[in-house]
Design a protein around this ligand. Sequence first.
Ligand SMILES: Nc1ncnc2c1ncn2[C@@H]1O[C@H](COP(=O)(O)OP(=O)(O)OP(=O)(O)O)[C@@H](O)[C@H]1O
Length: 277
Amino acid sequence: MELEPGTDLEMRSAQKPGARKVSDILRCEAVVVDFDGFKALQGMNLTLRQGELRFLIGPNGAGKTTLLDVICGKVKPASGRVLFRGEIDLTRKREHRIAELGIGRKFQAPSIFPSLTVREHLEIAMRQNRSVFATLTARMSSEDEDRMAAQLKMIGLEAKAGRLAGSLSHGEKQWLEIGMMLMQEPDVLLLDEPAAGMTDRETEKTGILLREIARRQSVIVVEHDMEFVRNFASTVTVMHEGRLLAEGSVDEVQNDERVMEVYLGRRRNADADRSTA
Ligand SMILES: Nc1ncnc2c1ncn2[C@@H]1O[C@H](COP(=O)(O)OP(=O)(O)OP(=O)(O)O)[C@@H](O)[C@H]1O
């Protein structure tokens, strides 16, 4: 594991009790992303509070995934800042360092190992969060065992801890991946359409899980499923053409004329077309 003395200590000290209280955990300021002349983000702003579950919506190509890519360091912006805990500019950090600082990213497709058990996945994830020395000592402490049990319960896979991950349903695989992220104790979780391809019941359970996570951590969810958003969102950010279009409660953004025009209107039309087809 790479160690950069000093830097992490300084960063972590910002989180210690008694340090300046920062209620905004993440602030994206005027972020511009330029893909060879095409501006996927054109000055995007977003502020995420600690312990918030935020849904990010917008039509195809609005720049939602690109914004998550900037936050986790996968894409570097041409200009703008992403401030973590008020003072660390993530745009100046490398991707692995951003993950170490406490930003977890989950992509849409599950990437699990079919021939490892559910429990083994969580063990691996837990060890990735440890120092080299701790990784070499194979035994789990009773504290680790407690965390493992709590995590399995939280993601609803208690009864399937010994099952091979390859035998899980699509929804269960997604929860396992979320559980692996949680084992690394991120402060901010970035999720791209976590409920895509799930059954109604799995979708419902995913929404409940996200709410549970947001009791302690901050979450940004990119989502297309408006029913899911309606059921579980308190604050929604709407993007359009690489910018913030509107922000507010589901009701507020649904009644916003600009939003109806560029996003919900299109979707309603699409839904209407489908129901009359
Ligand atoms: N690596 C890239 N190179 C060039 N253009 C890109 C690249 N990645 C994304 N884009 C373009 O940037 C724009 C924003 O893409 P992005 O995937 O962020 O949108 P989105 O809101 O997540 O869309 P969707 O809902 O369809 O996933 C799109 O026009 C896309 O084609």
